[in-house]
Design a binder for this molecule. Sequence first.
Ligand code: CA
Length: 396
Amino acid sequence: MKKAVVCLFLIFAFALTCYGCSPKGEKATRTQSTIAEFESLEELQSMNVFSNSGCKVSLNTQKDYISEGNSSMYVEYFGSDGMPMPDFFVDNQIVIYAQREDFIKRSNNYSNVESFAIDIFNASDRNTNVYLELTNESGNNIVWDYVPLVKGQMNHCVFDVDLKKAVYLGIDKVDTIVLHFDPVLSIQTPLKLYLDHFVTRDYVEVPDTTLTLPTLEQNEICYFENDYVFDTLVVATTDLPITAHPFILEKNTNPAFVTQGENSLKITRFPTVSQTSNNRRWLNVNFDSKYISLIDFYGYDIDQYEICFDVYSDYSETIDFVCKFTSSSGYINSIAYLKPNQWTSIRLKMNEKTNNGIIMDWNSLSDIQFMLHEYFGPTKAIMYVDNMRIESVQEG
Ligand SMILES: [Ca+2]
């Protein structure tokens, strides 16, 4: 038995070696393109780091803090002195314009990107996070992800791109590339970071990003079983400041958080970095219009049927959850209050009147949105949604 395992291992190792040392001329799986190498003051000046009064920027030439070339960028973010608010924070971001022809040796079309990578030495006295955000002209978040930065070491950060979704959102026309870091409160010591070698890892052969519309089951609004939904659900952050952290939307496969089939929608919420908590804004999760047109509302007696779905929240307090349905006759909001760590079954009568006081024309449904308040919780919170369906009205 042991022998067989060793043999298998050897075969596997041999296969790997062959793969690693493929003869010249054979196709590589990916190449690399530069976004920024932080090699000159001029290059640094082309990013909007200097305009930020809460940080210091300089060109570093100490070898320990360089991963490529002769220099890196040193950024020090500090909480501002004398601010009356204890939660005052510095708007700590670096914005790189995707069309900087002088430094970026590529177009603003990133639709061949497998991942973004940057090396960051965290010389602060604490761990922090780096957030990567790509937006296009419409302000949509095409990519939004984060990687932890361990203190006292060079962190090789890689942000994988979900290319199907990114293409759907317009990664072929990127407007800005933003790097954020955790906020620095005025009572905290500064964040001290060295940035170097910001690149994209590109596919040589770009995978197929065509979306295929699913076939819905009878009574289904969304069972979250088809990849199409996950590839096209969008977080709308239009009126939010750039320091607001949007959600991460994912397919959940853990059966503990599924009420239908094998999957559900997982929504991870991050606390908004904001100075005021009295004026909470909304963040929306929007369904794709082509998907909505697949839902079959014909033949239902609206007095006899309801729209139903299940939502789970792990947040320690009761939290509100709004689902908005919009049609040519107006919209209906279903408002639910989710208790912690349990499923809430939401039911909305189909004969409810819209905001215009008339019966909803479900056949002309154009939008389904989950509306969630901007969130100030101390840590991230997770929600699951599953089994959106049309069902006969429950008695009692
Ligand atoms: Ca499901």
